[in-house]
Design a protein around this ligand. Sequence first.
Ligand SMILES: Nc1ncnc2c1ncn2[C@@H]1O[C@H](COP(=O)(O)OP(=O)(O)O)[C@@H](O)[C@H]1O
Ligand SMILES: [Mg+2]
Length: 251
Amino acid sequence: MQNALSIHKLKKTYGNGVEALKGVSLEVPEGDFFALLGPNGAGKTTIIGVVTGLVNKTEGTVSVFGHDIEKEPETARAQIGVVPQEINFNPFEKCIDVVVNQGGYYGIPRKTAIPYAEQLLKDLGIFDKRDMTGWTLSGGMKRRLLIARALIHQPRFLILDEPTAGVDVELRRGMWDYLKTLTEKGVTILLTTHYLEEAEQLCKHVAIINKGEIAASGTMEEVLALHDGATPKDGYRGGRLEEVFLKLTRE
Ligand SMILES: Nc1ncnc2c1ncn2[C@@H]1O[C@H](COP(=O)(O)OP(=O)(O)O)[C@@H](O)[C@H]1O
Ligand SMILES: [Mg+2]
């Protein structure tokens, strides 16, 4: 099976000299539900920025379903839907228009986009907000609107940067369920999250990144097997993934 995403020895040094990525390699197989985990500042958003064409890489190669992002940027980008970490839609636009207008960037006529956008809003439980402006939505609803917007061109690969940040537990569960239905339809998902227990339960593959370098990656079972079974010093026992995460990312 081909990879939805292949990243080889990716380096990024920002203009101010920060080495955000120091040679990251990772592969996301088609159909995967992949968790990219790491503490704040590890380089997760930078990886997503490079893959989606918002950040220029310094070195290395990236391809999306075999399409090199440098040689075939449009083809690579057309496969991807992205839910950014920052809420970045126009707050004065109606929810339905946020989604339909995004379709315009992919050449989808309004006539086709409107019914599909409505279906997405229904599936995400925000159809009743269709004619409200974005700024009137709660935090969780804004996140769901970003997901609908990311899906309007029916991408095969959905990338979500902390989609459940600041979302309460019940809505989070609903979102994870929704993402699971997408993977069952064949959409490949890569997400970053701080909710390690949820990632542990749902994701097939995982990579843990720390200070611009991959500290561990593999199937969830392989990464969980790095857990040594010792009780942490403070006596608190979280999920196994959380303990592996702390072991690999602690100073
Ligand atoms: N536009 C930028 N200019 C300079 N440094 C940046 C920029 N964006 C991110 N960084 C730095 O790069 C590192 C990785 O950041 P980021 O990719 O946002 O990490 P994460 O998403 O894992 O929290 C951090 O040290 C951050 O301060
Ligand atoms: Mg980030």
